[in-house]
Design a protein around this ligand. Structure first.
Ligand SMILES: [Ca+2]
Ligand SMILES: [Ca+2]
Length: 224
């Protein structure tokens, strides 16, 4: 089941070791204050601390380690601070670089969230983030497989139960009639969750019909 990431992880572990050995990543964003906080025994290339499931690898948190063990090991091999002190923004950046995680900055990507495809992430931002938060492999280079699509179909109903975005009356055009329906559902910048009658106007899949959805609607609006 996890073979693709296992080999990917091993590959990047090797790269990380090489980078650590030649000091390429040491020249990155790590501050001296950050390095000074480390125990003397913690050096790059020398695993230190634990990869405990302490939080999302894509989000800074106060405890060391992160939930995606393979990725955590890759990061902490190069940057022991992340497994000794805290998982800070630098660790998040390193997770994106070393593990291929798109994290939140990588969503939306390309491809239909509701079906498997050959690239990482998918085209509906909130749905993409929801799926990758629970299954990080969906946001690495090996792609959005059937497990990711299945999770999207389960967790992003507003995205996966609507055939095509914009043509709400299914007459083959995204026109004023659809605009009128969209505006009836629009509920502001940070609106409340919408009911099933407006589910198909929620483009990004965050359960709300907001400005982001309006921008997506405007993109497909073709006729007056
Ligand atoms: Ca229409
Ligand atoms: Ca939305």
């Amino acid at each position: 089941m996890c073979q693709p990431f296992a080999s990917f992880s091993a590959h990047f572990t090797s790269i990380a070791l090489v980078f650590a050995t030649v000091g390429l990543l040491d020249a990155g964003p790590r501050s001296s204050a950050r390095d000074d906080a480390l125990p003397p025994s913690a050096t790059a290339g020398d695993p230190h601390g634990d990869c405990l499931p302490s939080g999302d690898c894509c989000a800074a948190h106060e405890l060391p380690g992160c939930d995606y063990t393979d990725c955590c090991l890759n990061v902490c091999l190069v940057d022991p601070y992340c497994c000794s002190m805290e998982w800070d923004e630098t660790c998040v950046t390193e997770a994106e670089f070393l593990c291929g995680l798109l994290c939140t900055g990588g969503c939306p990507s390309f491809g239909d969230c509701c079906t498997s495809h050959g690239s990482a992430g998918c085209d509906r931002k909130a749905c993409c983030e929801t799926v990758c938060r629970g299954q990080p492999h969906c946001c690495i280079d090996f792609g959005w497989d059937e497990r990711c699509a299945e999770k999207a179909r389960r967790d992003c109903p507003n995205v996966c139960t609507c055939a095509s975005f914009g043509d709400f009356d299914d007459n083959g055009a995204v026109d004023l009639s659809d605009l009128s329906r969209f505006l009836n559902c629009f509920n502001g910048v940070d609106g409340d969750p919408v009911g099933p009658e407006c589910a198909c106007a929620d483009y990004d899949g965050d359960d709300r019909v907001t400005l982001a959805d309006f921008v997506a609607f405007f993109d497909v609006f073709t006729a007056p």
